[in-house]
Design a protein around this ligand. Structure first.
Ligand SMILES: Cc1ncc(COP(=O)(O)O)c(C=O)c1O
Length: 427
């Protein structure tokens, strides 16, 4: 066991909470080595869209495997990457896709591209970034520089590029009696005041559209995103939409920006892009930004690379994922599922909880009492019930695969109920 150093983990805690060895997955279920099953209510860190062992995505990868497993993307190209780029351009309205393998790398690429764009445009004083309070954009050094989660960031502070954090529109932070919309307006005013003063040095504002997932599913009114886009356009600051967690239908529309009717300068995508099958990320951007790099001089090009950039297997998984959206009326069906989940969750409202909230296929609530032990105890108790829940602080959330059935939703919420009842006695 010691040979594997697990992510986001104090390894010593596994003396108390043993690792769960998973053997196979099927639909929303994961099966451990003893055959015990767990409902994957968090889509394996928000990546899985259409269930484990999905036949369509699996077949697409197998077919691609017989053709070409990988080729470097510098100097070479292949059908899956061209087709995927064209599809993503149609879907997002941003016509140029740059690829990597995980979310944090996409953040790095968007930050570097924005900075480099301003340099190529003769505005090399535009070097600074802003993000939201409690934002999360990944954990490589550049991404941590715009992330605002103390536990991940503080240790590495001396290594990080400074950025400024704007008030978060997460409506849990509103004043009592203030509506989500009014609070969004107040936060947008604060953003505008900052940008008005500092725009000459600002390269970009990076934001998680509609839901700050790692902040504990902090949801906010779409007006904030609309205002942020207007402000960025007015003051010549790039808007980077980090849709790594919320893209591909999570918030109700294909992309959260679409929900708010905004077109950012960059969109970062990952996680659900391959349906949760293979690591892939992409940064999409505008013609204007692409053209600023297009030149005879090599140094004006975007000389960033990763060995597995645009991997054909991952691209074919992404194409199969997009095909499922096209053929199975996913977004419409999700509306019904989200409503069903919302109705079912009313059964939890008598518990000591607050801020019940929903956005597309994400639902969350917070425990009234804050206890530092809550998340690990809830996680462990839920596992006993056969449920993979991974609370963030005192936030319990559901972000299941879209293939979850109504009876599985019932089971998931009932198992959560049992878990919280048990914990209420213990905490
Ligand atoms: C909004 C957001 N951005 C970036 C990331 C980083 O993605 P990855 O873990 O693939 O590096 C995450 C991961 O949870 C995320 O939620």
């Amino acid at each position: 066991m010691r040979s594997v150093w697990h992510p986001c983990t104090q390894m010593k805690h596994h003396e108390t909470y043993p690792l769960v060895p998973i053997k196979k997955g099927e639909g929303v279920w994961l099966y451990d080595a003893d055959g015990k099953r767990y409902l994957d209510a968090v889509s394996s860190w928000w990546v899985n869209l259409f269930g484990h062992n999905n036949p369509i995505i699996k077949d697409a990868i197998k077919t691609q495997l017989d053709q070409l497993e990988h080729v470097m993307l510098a100097g070479f190209t292949h059908e899956p990457v061209v087709e995927l780029s064209e599809k993503l351009a149609q879907l997002t309205g941003l016509g140029h896709a740059f690829y990597a393998s995980d979310g944090a790398s996409a953040t790095e690429i968007a930050l570097k591209m924005s900075f480099h764009y301003w340099r190529n445009a003769g505005k090399s004083h535009k070097t600074k970034f802003i993000s939201l309070q409690n934002s999360y954009h990944g954990e490589t050094l550049g991404a941590l520089g715009v992330t605002d989660v103390a536990i991940f960031k503080d240790t590495y502070a001396p290594l990080l590029t400074q950025s400024a954090q704007m008030p978060s529109p997460d409506f849990r932070l509103a004043e009592p009696g203030e509506s989500a919309e009014d609070y969004a307006g107040r936060c947008a005013d604060a953003l505008e005041a900052y940008v008005r003063t500092h725009h000459a040095e600002l390269a970009a504002f990076i934001i998680e559209p509609l839901v700050q997932c790692a902040a504990g599913m902090g949801m906010y009114h779409a007006d904030y995103l609309r205002r942020a886009c207007e402000i960025c356009n007015e003051y010549d600051v790039h808007l980077i939409a980090d849709e790594i967690a919320v893209g591909f239908g999570r918030t109700g529309t294909m992309f959260a920006c679409e929900y708010a009717g905004v077109l950012p300068h960059f969109i970062c995508l990952s996680k659900g892009i391959t349906g949760g099958y293979l690591p892939l990320s992409a940064v999409l951007t505008t013609d204007d930004i692409y053209q600023a790099f297009y030149d005879d001089r090599t140094a004006r090009g975007f000389l960033h690379s990763h060995s597995y950039t645009g991997n054909p297997l991952a691209c074919s998984a992404a194409l199969a994922t997009l095909a499922i959206f096209e053929t199975e009326n996913v977004l419409e069906n999700n509306k019904l599922k989200a409503q069903y989940l919302k109705n079912k969750m009313q059964a939890l409202t008598h518990l000591p909880i607050k801020h019940m909230r929903y956005q597309g296929m994400i639902a969350a609530f917070d425990m009234e009492k804050h206890s530092s032990a809550f998340s690990s105890q809830c996680y462990a108790e839920a596992l006993k019930q056969g449920l993979l829940l991974r609370p963030i602080g005192n936030t319990v959330y559901f972000m299941p695969p879209y293939t979850i059935s109504e009876s599985e939703i019932d089971w998931m919420v009932d198992a959560t109920h049992r878990t919280l009842n048990t914990l209420e006695k213990v905490l």
